[in-house]
Design a protein around this ligand. Structure first.
Ligand code: B12
Length: 492
């Protein structure tokens, strides 16, 4: 059996980093970890070829070679997935689909022959058995959650690592919290299921042996969902593993209560974590109560963020506008909060209700759902009828985005961050591409860019005041450029 594993293209969005990647000559930000894991679950005797459309095109030679196509995608890749499925069908290939997009929207894909839904560790074996006996069903699904300690290491050899900006590993699945707008607990459950430290070390070893020295994203829903396992097992193992090695910094997603645990922050930083993405959502206590984000309530969020930054970890933040409790004052409050926090990469979106969430159920009961979730939570659109009038909400939202990413404010935020940030001990050694990225940023932003005055002011400030953090400062100039390009597309 020859199988093609296909990852559809991401549109030009905040998280695609499409305008930033050319600076470092990369083609995509992250590899498709779901498909790489799926490949490892398939029989070893099958021949496998992975086509990530974010890296290269699908050619007739690929489809001529294959006996079957496996397509995996998130909602944001919907359009590309549709086109890919149509192409495979035209080429006469049976199509199997799985992953988040199809879990929620499989009825909208009549061309797909088989859906292998939920966690493939549980559903793929049954499909394989039925395929073998010649009677494969159309849908395989389950309400159970997989034991990730039996999950195989991803088949890295199916991709060319050099095309990606970051690699990915996954320690746990599931999140102990229950925010009403998030579908992670529906997809992956409440109780974090953990791999063993040994599994992760094996995955990191494989990447290191393939020559990877750049950053690795722990794509956990909340890495600190089980703090004890982290402190007693994973972090000490990572610390030991790191000895005698160069590079390979880590970043991940956590909840804000990371800031409460001095020991955990120190251990994470020592293990090589230099960045965490946190769902901050809003400075409004009423809105936090409304969405059930109890763990963000009754705390000094700004002080928490700074504490994490002082432990050598950059904080990226997710923010939401458009809760029922939000009044028009929220626009100014969000801007002020984000500026003061020094969160450079602030993902601000309008409240949306993905299928399967508690929010979706409530709004369906109230007759306030308009259409399916677009899959991109920062496109300035929403699929719900908000309390605030939609034109007011969208106008306010655009003002927030414009303000946050205007060069003067953006660079001010980077400075706020760099003043607070303690340079981490673990770093990635500078390579040729990073040095070239500096020259490309000078050319694009410092010479050709409309923002050049801000750029040079910041450039010299960073060079003289924060020389150790200068490479990071240049990375921020590039991210700022990407964010402005993408958000301009959405808000004009
Ligand atoms: C890494 C990640 C990203 C990366 C994606 C990079 C990449 N190249 O894949 C980035 C940062 C770009 C991203 C962005 C976003 N993401 Co995201 N992301 C994740 C995250 C944290 C991990 C994904 C992962 O690698 N998992 C590990 C692998 C092993 O699991 P898996 O992919 O689910 O695969 C398993 C099964 O699904 C199945 N499977 C997967 N593919 C296939 C294919 C076939 C054929 C079969 C049979 C089975 C199968 O088998 C695998 C093993 O069990 C997930 C949460 C999660 N825990 O999955 C959210 C998640 C996928 N993201 C989500 C969302 C909403 C987003 C954003 C809108 C913003 C946000 N809230 O974060 C943006 C949208 C993108 C944009 N605007 O461009 C949702 C998806 C909802 C949906 N229906 O699409 C998730 C589930 C989290 C959440 N609830 O918010 N994300």
């Amino acid at each position: 059996m020859r199988v093609l594993l296909i990852y559809p293209e991401f549109p030009d969005t905040f998280w695609s980093f499409k305008h930033a990647l050319p600076f470092v000559r990369k083609r995509a930000s992250l590899p498709p970890l779901g498909l790489l894991t799926l490949a490892a679950l398939m029989p070893a005797s099958w021949e496998k070829r992975l086509v990530d459309l974010n890296v290269r095109k699908l050619t007739p030679r690929d489809s001529d070679w294959a006996d079957m196509a496996f397509v995996g995608a998130m909602t944001v890749q919907r359009e590309s997935a549709r086109a890919v499925i149509a192409r495979c069908k035209t080429a006469g290939l049976p199509v199997v689909a799985g992953g988040p997009l199809f879990i929620t929207e499989h009825p909208d894909f009549p061309q797909v022959d088989h859906f292998v839904l939920n966690e493939a560790e549980l559903t793929l074996p049954q499909f394989l058995a039925d395929l073998e006996s010649g009677k494969p069903q159309r849908i395989y699904e389950t309400t159970e959650f997989a034991d990730v300690q039996r999950s195989p290491a991803p088949l890295w050899q199916l991709i060319e690592l050099r095309h990606y900006a970051t690699m990915a590993v996954q320690f746990s699945r599931g999140c102990p919290y229950n925010c009403d707008f998030c579908n992670v607990t529906v997809l992956l459950g409440h109780r974090p299921r953990l791999k063993t430290a040994r599994q992760i070390i094996r995955e990191l070893d494989a990447l290191y042996e393939l020559g990877w020295r750049e950053s690795v994203f722990f794509v956990d829903d909340n890495l600190i969902g089980n703090k004890r396992a982290l402190k007693e097992s994973l972090l000490p193992a990572l610390f030991e593993w790191r000895k005698g090695k160069t590079g390979m910094t880590f970043h991940t997603e956590t909840s804000i209560n990371l800031a409460d645990d001095e020991e955990l922050m120190r251990m994470m930083s020592d293990a090589g974590f230099n960045m965490v993405f946190i769902g901050i959502e809003t400075p409004s206590e009423e809105s936090l109560a409304e969405c059930g984000k109890k763990h963000n309530k009754n705390r000094d969020l700004l002080a928490d963020i700074k504490r994490i930054q002082r432990h050598g970890m950059q904080v990226q933040g997710g923010f939401i506008i458009g809760f029922d409790s939000d009044s028009p004052s929220i626009f100014r409050r969000q801007i002020d909060f984000i500026q003061r926090s020094g969160i450079v990469t602030a993902m601000v979106g309008l409240l949306q209700a993905p299928l399967g969430t508690r929010l979706y159920q409530r709004l369906a009961r109230e007759g306030r759902l308009l259409r399916a979730f677009s899959g991109d939570n920062v496109d300035g659109m929403t699929n719900i009828v908000p309390r605030m009038r939609l034109p007011v909400l969208q106008k306010g939202y655009r003002a927030v985005i414009r303000s946050l990413y205007a060069p003067a404010n953006y660079y001010a935020r980077v400075r706020t961050f760099l003043r607070e940030y303690k340079p981490p001990k673990v770093t990635v050694p500078l390579d040729v591409q990073q040095v070239l990225a500096l020259f490309r940023s000078v050319l694009r932003l410092g010479i050709m860019g409309k923002e050049r005055l801000h750029y040079w002011k910041f450039f010299f400030w960073a060079l003289f005041r924060k020389p150790r953090l200068f490479p990071l400062a240049i990375t921020f100039t590039i991210y700022g450029y990407h964010s402005r390009r993408v958000l301009d597309l959405h808000i004009h």
